[in-house]
Design a protein around this ligand. Sequence first.
Ligand code: G4P
Length: 529
Amino acid sequence: MNFLEEIKRRRTFGIISHPDAGKTTLTEKLLLYGGAIQEAGAVKNNKIKKGATSDFMEIERQRGISVATSVLAFIYKDKKINILDTPGHKDFAEDTFRTLTAVDSVIVVIDVAKGVETQTEKLVEVCRMRKIPMIVFINKLDREGKDAFDLLDEVEQKLGLRVTPLSFPIGMGYDFKGIYNIYGKKLNVFSGDKKQIVSEGVEFTDISIPELDEIIGNKAAETLREELELVLEVYPPFNKEEYLNGDLQPVFFGSALNNFGVKELLDCFIEIAPSPQPKKSEERLVDSKEEKLSGFVFKIHANMDPNHRNRLAFIKIVSGTFKRNSPYLHVRLNKKMKFSSPNAFFAEKKEIVDESFPGDIVGIQDTGNFKIGDTLTEGENLNFKGIPSFSPEHFRYVNNADPLKSKQLFKGLDQLMDEGVAQLFTLDLNGRKVIGTVGALQYEVIQYRLEHEYGAKCSYENLPVHKACWVEPEDPKNEEFKEFKRVKQRFMAKDKQGQLVFLADSAFTIQMTQSKYPTVKLHFTSEFK
Ligand code: G4P
């Protein structure tokens, strides 16, 4: 297979959802289709169980498992499919945001009974802003839930999407009879048997014929005809261009647990979802078909074993072919590096590979050379954009609890921040270090890992900060900016890249500051240029 064919057959995507909507179950069913796993339950362990907020051992165990399931790859109908795992737990939302920089499309899973939930709203907003093509899968149709039209409305209103259903449920919960696949013009009847082998469905190009009544009953057939008519009237027709531009989102219905509606989703997905897309770098737009290698680090995973402090850096290949033992330029360090054992991911295993192509993820053993956002090329000076930090939601001073180990503490903190576990700020006034996180769980992870991997101890002190605001003055020399910095001196800090940050203690303070110093712009993400 030549290089261009390899690119064309790849589909790299992420599944996003609120916890418990069925992401893990759906992933597992998709893997079953690829023949990548033989039985259900193989991916199941990849979850931070509900309520396990302070069990570090559990966190560590889960981290170990999630290395294996960070990327799940399989072949289906000759397409190479890479699923990038996105943690559903809200404390790891930052991880998910970063992973979204490495996908070419996403599938959004929504629970039919719960509808659109908060975590989904946040994640979809990020995808919408980046114009990532999205397909929506409404799950758990075997349970009583909201009316299909109401749900479509909710998806439009709350997620700001423009939807078009490509399948439609016949009944729901106790009365769930099956799904009409609008895209493939087929009827699939639900048997309720969890182990059912999914049938190909019956061709049903014309739903007005009486056979429909025989299969699903008069009443259901009548309702389906009416509802499909309404679908045609109310929703825009499917248009692939619009989907690829992020302007139209197809919707499928099904039940992942019962493996129902999943094949329709997958068959449509491989047909319409984009192959590896061009990516913006600070310098230029890089096309996946370019023959020279480029790629960027979107995730770093620490080794579980304290005796081997290696980490695994996950690199998304943007263009060219990644070859084992070839020299590549680490742009930030301006250093040529060779990799003798790059890992590729396949189902829940990883193995050493000689070549990887755009869309693929390569795992590289790293002893501390990589940071999130780093770029590899064949010599060109490129820096990929779009790995922003968002304002953390929790802030604490970090103190050294063992004065003899301060070197270890700083090294540990430095490396953990490179991995993207949390964000570190240094106060301008006194040089004190502040750790900002998305969830309280990370403080325990940091404390535990500092002790076990670096032999350092830390303690925390609460800091009443509401949000970190990245500061952008219209003119760094103007009096207003100088006054702002003087008045807010106690709250000024630098992030790890040396960017100026204002640690605001309340939403009110932010509002007041903005009206008092209109030429000083405050941003809630580090990437505003
Ligand atoms: P997540 O990764 O999005 O957090 O969700 P996950 O797949 O783990 O699914 C959450 C729960 O919903 C699981 O039940 C799962 O079995 C169930 N589920 C998933 N898809 C369907 C579906 O189509 N219909 C029904 N009725 N349930 C579904 P659990 O009891 O929390 O876990 P388990 O005991 O099944 O492992």
